[in-house]
Write a protein that binds this ligand. Structure first.
Ligand code: ADP
Ligand code: MG
Length: 325
């Protein structure tokens, strides 16, 4: 549906987006995850034809966004970071204005308005001035304008930023529902958000794509970070004696637990799950094992690991710049 190849955007000497390539397939919800300044908005502005690129190509359903902007843009509905709302209009006046601007046939206005206002639950405020609406309602008006013209792809830049928790839940549910009829791309700097809403996650850091996969696969990617946590009802010396010489363990850290217990974090050797052997050791000792579990890496770990190198590089760069100044 969307093909981005070797996209680069430079602002003066600063590279905001660097050789970005990815494909968006029909019918799924994609999340663009990255810290502030990663290049999410820049990328979305280019894909939607709002900003030129320095290098690279963007095709929307086969149409080049720079060479056939009209045909390409018709396929896309966009909610930018700062939606272009005319606050002196009422909700309905504004949506009619957008229908006209998008060149939707007048005979379709009524049904489109009804359909979109139903999806975004705007009927209650159709006659209200946008300036009088809460941030949550304004965001719904922003999503409604993106939906007008019934584009196949909906692109939403940080759609829940600045909303309160109840409004965030509402907007997320709305996005999931939109995903049933449209291809959706949203950006966020909040990991739990893309995890909650998206089928496919693209992690972007310093203008580069550092990972692109399902949430599940991204978590598995970090399987080498697996640890085994256990707690035993004994002193550290007693616990050490039980685990002494156990095969398949690369490292162990001991710490006092509550009320005379000892907690141990074991790092298994690569590809080894030592839990059964640990269980057997304790079963034949006088020290009771009261907890044993494998700690799987979370998507948070993956995100931090993947963006860490990039952040270190940026910090070093900033230091150099400060020195030079
Ligand atoms: P994100 O949306 O992920 O927070 P942006 O795409 O807004 O990131 O910005 C990416 C980088 O490009 C940032 O370092 C930002 O400062 C820079 N940038 C964005 N817009 C401009 C601009 N108009 N002029 C110069 N630099 C810009
Ligand atoms: Mg942004």
């Amino acid at each position: 549906m969307i093909e981005v190849s070797h996209l680069t955007k430079r602002y003066g000497g600063h590279t905001a987006v660097s050789d970005l390539s990815f494909t968006i397939e029909k019918g799924r919800i994609y999340g663009f995850l990255g810290p502030n300044g990663a290049g999410k908005s820049t990328t979305m502005n280019i894909i939607t034809g709002c900003l030129g690129a320095t290098e690279g190509e963007v095709r929307i359903d086969g149409h080049d966004i720079f060479e056939e902007p009209m045909a390409a843009k018709r396929k896309i509905g966009y909610l930018p970071e700062l939606p272009p709302l005319y606050t002196e209009m009422t909700t309905e006046e504004y949506l009619r204005f957008v229908l006209q601007a998008k060149g939707v046939r007048r005979s379709e206005w009524g049904s489109q308005l009804r359909g979109v206002m139903e999806k975004t639950k705007l009927f209650d405020v159709s006659g209200r001035l946008i300036s009088s609406l809460s941030k949550g309602y304004r965001q719904r008006v922003g999503i409604a304008q993106a939906l007008l013209g019934n584009p196949e792809v909906i692109i939403l830049d940080e759609p829940t930023v600045g909303l309160d928790p109840a409004q965030i839940i509402e907007i997320r549910e709305m996005i999931r529902a939109l995903g049933r009829e449209h291809t959706v791309v949203l950006s966020s700097h909040i990991l739990s958000e893309v995890q909650a809403v998206c089928d496919h996650i693209m992690i972007i850091a310093h203008g580069k794509l550092v990972a692109s996969d399902t949430a599940e696969n991204l978590t598995n990617l970090l399987s080498s970070g697996m640890t085994v946590e256990l707690e035993a009802k004994g002193s550290e010396d007693e616990t050490r004696a039980v685990l002494d010489g156990l095969d398949g363990v690369a490292g162990a850290a001991y710490a006092p637990g509550e009320e005379g217990t000892t907690r141990v974090t074991l790092t298994p050797a690569e590809g080894v799950d030592p839990r059964e052997a640990i269980f057997q050791r304790f079963a034949t000792s006088d020290v009771p094992l009261i907890e044993l579990r494998k700690d799987k890496a979370t998507l948070e770990d993956v995100f931090l690991e993947l963006t860490q190198g990039e952040q270190d590089a940026a910090a070093a760069e900033a230091k150099e710049e400060a020195k030079g100044a």
